[in-house]
Design a protein around this ligand. Structure first.
Ligand code: MN
Length: 424
């Protein structure tokens, strides 16, 4: 569904007066506001191809309507989000759920919507129809070399798919691990996995990266072979300079200090980027910022600090992706909310008085550091994020516009009431 830019402009007109008041009010307090807006305009978050349909749990899935039935429709959905918020200019593909039948045509369609291809994701956590060997007991860690080889070949196939689309990175999440004590020899599982990753690494094109994502538990409930950032960093350090550790916000044990993990991975030049989501208990895949927006802000504080210390471009230095599952919300509305939450946290991190923070840290003024951080966190930066969108041709209120044009109803008319998208 292509959005007419006139329609966005028309809808913005109704909000312009109120917006400009709110914007001037906050902009007056931020000397470097123009710099902040430039960075917000440049910042893009990739939308995963598996999150455009309704997700489910092992207990059930309550399908939505008007969901995309193929890759072309998924690209149209991301194009719609991007037209509204101008901050979702990339797609992260999952293979084999979204294998393009014609890579060139898919590339052209994405370009029409202003979308690039971010990391491609492999899948060795499920068995696909017709697949000769099963991943029931793992993939790269498997005791049977033939299964390991099948998993390596799949990853190389994903790289080839990505090359055809102009992607530059492969993201690997392994569900490998064990459910019961004694099931696995941890050392052998680690070494088998490492050997497989080495073969995949060797198949990377010159200008590609590989991201190794970790996860504490699920689907395995006793051990996970890439279970935390230490295990991932061990793999990526040994693999070489093209290997990086990917942080998924939902993949930690409760109360893990993710901002500290991020800071240290960046220090070692090993942070790949993010899978954004939010959670209350585990890997809940909830809307970004819906549970703990302060944590997200603290993470962005470390990201901005670390990227600036290394002279990295905020927009392109790391991979920014959402990884979520929408079980009860309209997926597109959920994604609009998620991107908005990311932009807000990023904007808040950008307006931290960094000189004052460093000065307070250097004299151990623990009270002052809290004041400085929370001064930024409690600033309502939504008008600044909206101003960045407005200047880039987006909607002042993307979610409101999505609803007022009855976007989902229009999609249902074309795609039907009963639809199930491939994905989680
Ligand atoms: Mn993830």
């Amino acid at each position: 569904m292509l959005l007419n830019s006139n329609l966005i402009e028309e809808s913005n007109k109704a909000f312009l007066g109120a917006h400009s008041n709110a914007y001037s009010f906050v902009a007056d307090t931020i000397p470097e506001v123009e710099e902040v807006i430039k960075k917000l305009v440049a910042f893009q978050v990739a939308i995963p191809s598996w999150a455009l349909g309704t997700g489910g749990t092992r207990f059930g899935r309550f399908s939505g309507s008007g969901e995309p039935g193929n890759l072309e429709q998924k690209i149209e959905d991301i194009g719609l989000i991007h037209a509204l918020n101008k901050s979702s200019g990339a797609i992260s593909l999952h293979i084999p759920w979204d294998i393009p039948s014609d890579a060139q045509a898919i590339k052209e369609l994405a370009a029409q919507h202003g979308l690039l291809f971010d990391a491609v994701n492999s899948n060795t956590f499920q068995d696909q129809p017709g697949q000769p060997l099963s991943y029931k007991f793992g993939s790269l860690q498997h005791v049977d070399k033939a299964v390991r080889q099948q998993a390596v070949e799949h990853n190389i196939e994903v790289i080839n798919q990505g090359v055809a689309l102009g992607s530059k990175s492969l993201s690997i999440w392994l569900s490998d691990g064990s459910c019961f004590p004694g099931q696995l020899n941890f050392r052998k599982a680690w070494q088998n996995t490492y050997e497989g990753l080495q073969q995949i690494y060797a198949a990377l094109p010159e200008d590609w990266k590989v991201f190794v994502e970790y996860k504490a538990y699920e689907p395995n409930f006793y051990s996970t072979t890439v279970g935390d950032w230490g295990q991932s960093l061990l793999f990526t350090s040994k693999l070489g300079p093209k290997a990086y550790t990917l942080v998924d916000l939902g993949h930690h044990l409760p109360n893990a200090n993710i901002e500290q993990i991020v800071s240290l991975l960046m220090m070692e030049n090993k942070l790949a980027g993010f899978h954004f989501n939010d959670s209350k208990y585990g890997d809940d895949d909830l809307t970004v910022g819906s549970i703990n927006p302060y944590q997200l802000f603290l993470i962005f504080n470390e990201l901005v600090e670390g990227m600036d210390a290394k002279g990295m471009d905020h927009a392109t230095g790391l991979a920014w992706m959402i990884d979520a599952s929408h079980n009860v919300k309209d997926p597109l509305e959920d994604l609009l909310q998620s991107v908005e939450a990311i932009m807000i946290a990023y904007a808040q991190a950008l307006i931290i008085d960094k000189k004052a923070l460093v000065a307070a840290q250097d004299i151990n003024d623990v009270v002052a550091v809290q004041e400085i951080l929370q001064q930024a966190y409690r600033t309502d930066v939504r008008p600044i994020v909206a101003e960045a969108r407005l200047r880039d041709g987006g909607a002042l209120h993307p979610l409101q516009l999505f609803r007022s044009i009855a976007a989902r109803q229009q999609l249902i008319k074309v795609r039907g009431q009963k639809t199930v998208a491939t994905g989680l």
